[in-house]
Design a protein around this ligand. Structure first.
Ligand code: MN
Length: 260
């Protein structure tokens, strides 16, 4: 009986806006920037939207589209199977991962000023420790979101490609290992095109967010927006990827529940 009340209380709180829902998702569209790898490697395909009919001769009564896209486009989820470090873990793909991992609280670390000064800004352990001194220790099974302000940039500045690759903020190797091993985070989320910094291929190990998160069966979220609307702690994130067979990730709708 009491359990029913819990769920009803939640729904009532959402309709009275005692709990607010914030959309952390970019609109999925063909012009949204995708990650570019060195040309000798395979590339993720951007979104294609092909109209089937639009109340016309192809279908007088209805409008619909055919879609195609890579698993890692737009606001999207990374599963452990995405990286070699997580390839042999159980339940490591989007179709097999535990459902309870799709709903978890978030800690939001605001580094937008540092990222504005330096597009190659790296999150470090001392920065997170300073955040904890203010907001308390990051609890286990929380998301950590790096707020960089990147989602507010136009697409060109968002990708920030130069001759030597992308220049976008992210975590350093030490902080990723520490967040996974000493804080037990459920995952790490960013506003940028990847969970790792644009130049993270030069870090040791390369792409440390991917390396440590997925090696420990944890997840990534990227291309998040509206992180400036979240409190430092206390938001609950709903992130449930498409159920793609053996899928390594997927675009998805990411919602945050915030208590007003
Ligand atoms: Mn990805």
């Amino acid at each position: 009986m009491r359990k029913n009340h819990l769920l009803l209380d939640l729904v009532n709180a959402m309709s009275s806006e005692e709990i607010r829902i914030v959309d952390l998702t970019f609109t999925l569209s063909p012009d949204f920037p995708t990650i570019l790898l060195p040309p000798e490697l395979g590339q993720v395909a951007p979104v294609r939207i092909e109209e089937i009919s639009h109340y016309d001769a192809r279908g007088p009564g209805h409008y619909w589209n055919n879609l195609s896209f890579g698993e890692h486009v737009g606001t999207h989820f990374d599963a452990p199977i995405h990286w070699y470090t997580g390839k042999d873990l159980p339940a490591n793909s989007v179709d097999t991962m535990p459902l309870k991992d799709m709903i978890a609280p978030a800690c939001v670390i605001d580094c937008s000023e540092q990222a504005e000064q330096d597009p190659d800004f790296l999150l470090t352990v001392p920065i997170v420790e300073a955040w904890e001194a203010q907001h308390g220790r990051i609890p286990e099974r929380n998301w950590v979101f790096l707020r960089s302000g990147w989602a507010k940039k136009d697409f060109r500045a968002y990708a920030n490609l130069r001759d030597d690759g992308a220049h976008t903020p992210g975590p350093n190797a030490e902080v990723m290992k520490w967040l996974v091993e000493h804080r037990g985070i459920v995952g790490f989320g960013t506003e940028t095109i990847g969970t790792d910094a644009g130049q993270a291929g030069h870090l040791v190990p390369p792409y440390p967010a991917h390396h440590y998160l997925h090696g420990a069966g944890r997840y990534g979220l990227q291309c998040l927006c509206n992180l400036d609307q979240l409190p430092a702690t206390g938001a609950v994130i709903i992130a449930s990827p498409l159920k793609i067979r053996n899928g390594s990730g997927s675009p998805l709708r990411v919602l945050a529940l915030i208590s007003n």
